[in-house]
Write a protein that binds this ligand. Structure first.
Ligand code: NAP
Length: 315
């Protein structure tokens, strides 16, 4: 039996049985993206699919934005269980699904589609994936934390902000270089953060500030968890997300970046005596949650973790 191709296309999907006739088990899950060849999802999902004896495999599909609607419709005809969608399709899937989860609707992005009979159901597992990653890394729930999200105006930052607000975290400070984006998001989420049962202190439950040292410094003694959702730190030469001296031992620091595994932010946090974790857990748990939506059972998380770590070796 042959190995799956690195990347399939819409033409392949149109005649899926022929294009994948050499595959055993059959390919019934995929990630749609453009570009997609960098996606680590097959390396994470295939060990889990094998461990759970699902008799199917996961491949990459290169789908252009103008092909998305047809590709989604073909999922049912080609007997797919579901798909992940990545850049640039997370917003574009909205029109192609029949229904979606509340968190996906609030975020405005779908990263997982499950085929349910003749319906396509959209989910966002990035945000609840972050929630599980925080629980795993720090044994804490978002609901019990005062949280600062740096880069709240980006896609991942928005997802994190929505999840924190839906969980009614103790306090939410949204930080963004383009502060207008953080302000608009704070206004949008304020209804979720107005629970009178929660502690009413002298500080705002939700606020937006610019990504400036003085503004962050003013808030950080009222913060437990700092999340970096910017792309700063992916390159060794990137400027600091926040100065090391602003991190205190009581802070929990979560950097969504996982490559490199130890960013400057993580090193700085640990040097200050704070606990820190990288974004691998978020990536892992968003995948585990997708598995749960597709198969309606617990994901073999350790098989997924091993696959992910192997795919990252040497980076
Ligand atoms: P994005 O939509 O492009 O957002 C980038 C964010 O970073 C924006 O808030 C942007 O601010 C800010 N930013 C970029 N360069 C900056 C700079 N020089 N100074 C200050 N702020 C800067 O990207 P994304 O998709 O949200 O991804 C963000 C990061 O999260 C990436 O590192 C990505 O790898 C990571 N991520 C990880 C996971 C995971 O599973 N672990 C999942 C998703 C994303 P402006 O709004 O002002 O431009």
């Amino acid at each position: 039996m042959g190995e799956a191709k690195q990347v399939y296309t819409l033409s392949d999907l149109r005649q899926w049985e022929e294009a994948t006739s050499d595959l055993d088990p059959p390919a019934r899950l995929a990630v749609f993206g453009n570009p997609v060849q960098h996606s680590r999802s097959p390396q994470m999902h295939n060990p889990a699919l094998k461990a759970a004896e699902t008799n199917c495999q996961y491949v990459r599909l290169h789908i252009q934005p103008d092909e998305l609607s047809e590709a989604l419709q073909l999922l049912k005809a080609k007997k797919f269980i579901g798909t992940n969608v990545t850049i640039p399709h997370k917003g574009g899937v909205f029109d192609g699904v029949d229904d979606m989860s509340e968190v996906a609707r609030r975020i405005g992005a779908v990263n997982t589609v499950a085929v349910d009979g003749d319906q396509l159901i959209g989910h966002n597992t990035d945000a609840p994936g972050l929630k599980r990653a925080i629980r795993e890394a720090f044994s804490m729930d978002l609901a019990d934390l005062r949280i600062m999200i740096i880069g709240a105006g980006g896609g991942a930052g928005r997802a994190a902000s929505v999840q924190c607000a839906m969980d009614q975290c103790e306090r939410l400070v949204l930080v963004n270089r383009t502060v207008g984006k953080a302000e608009a998001l704070a206004a949008e989420l304020s209804d979720l953060m107005s629970d009178p049962e929660k502690f009413e202190g002298p500080t705002d439950r939700i606020l937006a500030i610019p990504h400036e040292v003085a503004a962050m410094e003013e808030e950080l003694d009222q913060i437990d968890l700092i999340i970096n959702a910017t792309s700063m730190g992916m390159k060794r030469t990137d400027p600091e997300v926040l100065p090391q001296r602003l991190i205190s031992p009581h802070h929990l620091v979560y950097d969504m970046i996982y490559a490199p595994p130890r960013t400057r932010l993580i090193a700085n946090a640990e040097a200050q005596g704070a606990r820190a974790a990288n974004g691998l857990g978020m990536l892992l748990w968003q995948g585990a949650l997708a598995f749960e939506y597709w198969f309606n059972k617990e994901a073999p998380v350790e098989a997924m973790r091993r696959g992910l770590l192997e795919s990252l070796e040497g980076e």
